[in-house]
Design a protein around this ligand. Sequence first.
Ligand code: HEC
Length: 135
Amino acid sequence: MIKIGLFLSLSLSLFAVDGYSVYQKKCMKCHVEIMEKSEVLKVIHTLKAPPMIEVSNRLRENIIIADDDQDVKRRVTIAFIKDYIENPSVQYSMCHPMAIEKFGIMPSLKGKLNEVEKQAVAEWIIDRYRESKFR
Ligand code: HEC
């Protein structure tokens, strides 16, 4: 029994995925982690996408749940991010129209992240910027 327990906890820790490392591997080459608006305007020609802090803030502001239930809002936001990773589209984008004009629509990462990685990075995008405002 002890052996089985040890095996289980070892394999669980192997499968535990850290959202930040998924971000670093799959998103960071386009989305910088954090940058102030004034800085973005200065270096916009070097950027490939809106900074992740801006993405996170826009989702927080635009996804409105009728009775302000934070659990529901979190689930809807996670579902949106996971879907957007595979199916980015001008119809679904909540980005500023100017950002889309500048950067174009995100290329689909279909098949590049598994379910666990998508979940982990989506949660990280919400939690990382919980206290930060893009300004
Ligand atoms: C090749 C560049 C590139 C990579 C890699 C990339 N993105 Fe994006 N992403 C963009 C661009 C450009 C936009 C802005 C236009 C748009 O909304 O499609 C964007 C927008 C987004 C949005 C905002 C959608 C909205 O409606 O506001 C989300 C969410 C997002 N990306 C998540 C991710 C995640 C998560 C990853 C990594 C798993 C990732 N992106 C990797 C280029 C990229």
